[in-house]
Write a protein that binds this ligand. Structure first.
Ligand code: DC
Length: 239
């Protein structure tokens, strides 16, 4: 596959990948784990959301792989750490775009551009650049399969579509956005299907991933389980 041919650099820096469908809790769990370890964090979904937004702002048709890929390659993205308890600020070409990314429309655009092989290729190096000492926790769909195939630990986090829709509903309400539960459930199912059926990096566990169902667990229980798995892996490895 084209993406796999890109050389992997900085391979001495350990990576934990957390892949899975939207709403499985990957983002929250990945950030908590990164904080606990003192490692960097990559929200790769944000990269696709930003690419979708950047292309839209430039009036590019989101079905045109080469044009969206060109925008994705050229865009300048910064994740600026904010104060304690505040979300990281996302800056695209000098403008704060955080609010526009997390809307349902932002998710829809991301899912469209994520199906384009040229866009995935364009974002590959940008994602690998996050691999910095002392380590990286990378959250997404293909972190363990394509972007960091040599990760020290690969987690595939799942949860039922109903539970994920409920979580998303609560999140949106808390942020003061309008939300409709049945519609969110439909959108989640649609997006899962599109992410799983696309030919470029479909959503599926890496063969060597540990599969974790977060449905019966609290966030801190999931973080603890991953931290315990990492301890075991570290004991097995030379670092
Ligand atoms: O995790 P998220 O909801 O922010 O992701 C937005 C979209 O981007 C979603 O449709 C899946 C896609 N995506 C992807 O294809 N590969 C990734 N590594 C991360 C996200």
């Amino acid at each position: 596959m084209k993406q796999r041919s890109t050389p992997i650099t900085h391979h001495t820096v350990p990576v934990v990948t957390i892949d899975g469908p939207s709403g499985s809790g990957k983002g929250t769990i990945g950030q908590l784990l990164a904080k606990q370890l003192g490692w960097h964090f990559l929200d790769s979904g944000a990269m696709y959301r930003i690419a979708g937004l950047a292309a839209t702002l430039k009036g590019v048709d989101l079905s045109q792989d080469a044009s969206v890929a060109e925008v994705a390659r050229a865009m300048r993205v910064q994740f600026v750490p904010a104060g304690p308890g505040e979300p990281v600020r996302v800056v695209l070409d000098g403008h704060d775009v955080g609010d526009e990314l997390r809307t349902e429309e932002g998710g829809r655009r991301a899912s469209l551009v994520a199906a384009l092989p040229g866009v995935r290729e364009a974002l590959l190096e940008k994602q690998r650049a996050f691999r910095q000492a002392p380590g990286l926790v990378a959250d997404g769909r293909d972190m363990g399969t394509t972007v960091f195939p040599d990760a020290i630990l690969k987690i595939y986090l799942t949860a039922s579509a109903e539970l994920r829709a409920e979580r998303r509903y609560k999140q949106l309400k808390e942020k003061g956005f309008d939300a409709n539960l049945p519609r969110l459930l439909d959108e989640i199912r649609e997006r899962d299907q599109r992410d799983a059926e696309r030919t470029a990096s479909p959503l599926k566990p890496a063969p060597d991933a540990s599969i974790l169902d977060s449905s019966p667990l609290s966030i801190s229980e999931v973080v603890d389980r991953i931290a315990a798995l990492l301890q075991t892996r570290r004991a097995d490895c030379s670092w």
